[in-house]
Design a protein around this ligand. Structure first.
Ligand code: FEO
Length: 651
């Protein structure tokens, strides 16, 4: 009977050579260190969102840097690549050699990582969103932030490299008289008097067992070895001519429906419905928008760029308005990367643009993205005339970072407020407040406020007071709706939230391992409802992400928190919520505490510690229940806890 299974003991690893690998230079930058290596493991994994994977040996310095930086570029080599490029990137370690000592800085992509401009036909700029540990290697899965075609030369395959670039076995008595061993896995050739026992192939990291001595029998080396004199080792880091990537792209963009705020002021923002969590911790069930605005006058000003992952759509929108014109000023109201991370891509398109910021803008900006060439530093109240439009700048420190400022467009009374007056929620067709049902956005606005700028509520109040002297006809924030019909509505909401004006309602949050503390929460809720409070919200802290709970805590006056014991402490998920409460310090609240003891207690004790540290206004006795709430006295205490807090908020 014929064997159906392959004989594993006769497996020929060379079968793997028949996989159609390409060859790439993988580059990264961490802490101002540039490095790169040769890889053959790049694959596209999804198209929407656009993701690629690359697998890297853990021994490589490039691996170490990517683990820290979470950014990399893939430069795709062509068939014209000389051996010197492989020797430069593959046969030496960045730990001992600076492989980019002679690089040209302009070849940095949007993620501030260098790409290889010569002997390549394209590059991808990527940010890692997941990594998988495979023991000896790590697979990095990354979003593609930018992709550019550099030439029409054919891509280099591993097979082509083996047959046309890699040196062939040499003749007897090679030029230098040394013996040679070839790595059977990748083709690397070692020269020396003998093969060291501890040799590790610098390309594929295999050991001595994979090396085979080359027995040379054919023509002179000089006939076979490629002519290496046609390329210096680092020639690939420079371009022969100015990079002409897509320089006619703007001409080819057809007209699209443009969103106008006023005469020559355009909305050019983007929607993000693919990021799961804002700042990687707040869930985004409705997405978020990164707003940006373009003022076209005698001079062109672009107000705040967008998150780098949306650069292609963003540039398309700008170019559809500008056609042949250029951006003269790029205003950076705020350095946080959800806005600023596309700055390199914008400046690559319009390198003469002046970057407008204040005295605190540029140090963090350059720490994130490297040197900014054309800076324009503006002071409090300073103006910048574009032609018919004049911009004026006001500092709003800590709304949301120390360098935050807003830009006031005097001619039409438009306030470009950056994070202030913003909200979560992608813009579903309606960009302006009069085009949507505000009830849909209000909860996501408050969640944005309470989790992002609420900690700096006093600074928000000061900012609102400072801007009160301006005639504001429209508010154009960097997230969420543009307020053209009723800016007073959003100013009123922000003022209310900043002044901690809670509504009548009780938020009950519990952490429960086996459901007993959850049952207690229901008894507490009955007490609150029976006291006449109609807005009673009960949350399981293990189920509802904290930003939603903090938003409701900000909204309502009553807060009752329950946690079961977990060893000698409390249910672990509750620690994040209580930490956030003490970090953001919502005021004018009436608090209560309860929980289950399990065998030794710890839940209520830990909550009481947080309450003391955060100076919570506890209006009722803490309730701690042994085991489950199966005794009448426990029911009474829990019920009365809810009732007492409810009565306290009703005054
Ligand atoms: Fe939307 Fe603080 O950045």
């Amino acid at each position: 009977m014929a064997a159906l299974q392959p004989n594993l003991y006769l497996m020929d690893n060379k079968a793997l050579f028949n996989i159609g690998y390409g060859l790439y230079v993988l580059t990264t930058n961490y802490d101002n260190i540039d490095n790169g290596c040769i890889v053959n493991t790049v694959t596209q994994v999804t198209s929407n969102p656009l993701q690629v994977a690359v697998t890297v040996n853990k021994g490589n310095y490039t691996h170490e840097l990517i683990k820290n930086s979470c950014v990399f570029n893939v430069s795709m080599l062509t068939t014209e690549t000389p051996l010197k490029v492989f020797e430069h990137f593959g046969f030496q370690s960045g730990r001992s050699v600076n492989k980019f000592a002679t690089c040209e800085e302009e070849h940095r992509a949007v993620n501030w990582v260098l790409y290889i401009p010569k002997y390549t036909n394209a590059y991808l700029a990527c940010r890692v969103n997941k990594s998988i540990d495979f023991g000896t290697h790590t697979m990095f899965i990354a979003n593609v932030l930018d992709a550019q075609v550099l030439s029409d030369k054919p891509s280099l395959t591993y097979d082509y490299y083996q047959n046309n670039i890699k040196p062939k076995p040499q003749v007897e008595n090679p030029c230098n008289g040394k013996r040679r061993w070839e790595c059977k896995v990748c083709g690397y050739v070692y020269e020396g008097d003998s093969l060291p026992d501890d040799i590790v192939c610098p390309l594929c990291k295999h050991g001595k067992e994979e090396f085979e001595e080359i027995i040379e029998t054919t023509a002179p080396a000089s006939c076979i070895l490629p002519n290496l004199s046609d390329a210096s080792p680092t020639e690939c880091l420079k371009t022969d001519q100015p990079n002409q990537e897509d320089n006619n792209k703007a001409q080819n963009i057809t007209a699209m429906e443009q969103i106008k705020l006023n005469d020559n002021i355009y909305y050019v923002g983007v929607n993000d419905r693919r990021t799961d969590r804002f700042e990687n911790h707040m869930e985004l069930p409705n997405g978020v928008s990164y707003n940006s605005y373009l003022i076209v006058d005698e001079k062109v000003a672009l107000i705040d760029p967008v998150e780098a992952g949306f650069i292609e759509e963003y540039l398309f929108k700008i170019k559809s308005v500008l056609k042949d014109r250029k951006v003269d000023y790029l205003v950076i109201n705020h350095d946080e990367p959800d806005h600023s991370s596309s700055i390199a891509a914008v400046l690559r398109e319009w390198p003469e643009a002046q970057v407008v910021g204040n005295a605190k803008t540029f140090a963090p900006l350059e720490a994130f993205y490297g040197p900014v060439a054309n800076k324009k530093v503006v002071a409090e109240g300073e103006t910048l005339t574009l032609g018919k439009h004049t911009l004026q700048f006001f500092m709003v420190p800590m709304v949301h970072w120390p360098e935050s400022m807003v830009t006031y467009e005097q001619t039409n009374g438009i306030l470009f407020s950056n994070d202030a007056f913003g909200g979560f929620g992608a813009l579903n067709g309606g960009v302006f407040d009069d085009q949507v049902n505000l009830a849909f956005y209000e909860d996501d606005m408050r969640r944005y406020y309470s989790n992002i700028v609420g900690k700096m509520a006093m600074q928000v109040v000061k900012a609102v007071e400072k801007l009160g002297g301006l005639t504001i006809k429209m508010i154009a924030p960097s997230h969420g709706l543009v307020w053209r019909s009723n800016p007073a509505w959003v100013i009123g909401k922000y003022t209310q939230w900043s002044q901690h004006e809670g509504e009548e309602g009780v938020v009950i949050v519990y952490g429960s391992m086996h459901g007993n503390t959850g049952v207690m929460a229901d008894i507490v809720a009955r007490g609150a409802a029976e006291a006449g409070v109609k807005e009673v919200k009960v949350y399981d802290v293990a189920k509802t992400e904290v930003s939603f709970i903090l938003s409701d805590i900000w909204k309502y006056k009553g807060v009752i928190i329950g946690a079961c014991a977990h060893y000698a402490n409390m249910f672990p998920n509750m620690n994040l919520l209580t930490h956030e409460i003490n970090e953001f310090k919502p005021k004018n609240k009436c608090y209560g505490i309860f929980g289950g003891m399990s065998w030794s207690g710890g839940g209520v004790k830990t909550l009481a510690k947080y309450a003391e540290e955060g100076q919570w206004n506890l209006v009722a006795e803490n309730v701690e229940v042994k085991g489950a709430a199966i005794r009448e006295e426990d029911w009474d205490k829990l019920y009365n806890l809810g009732k007492t807090v409810a009565e306290a908020i009703k005054g």
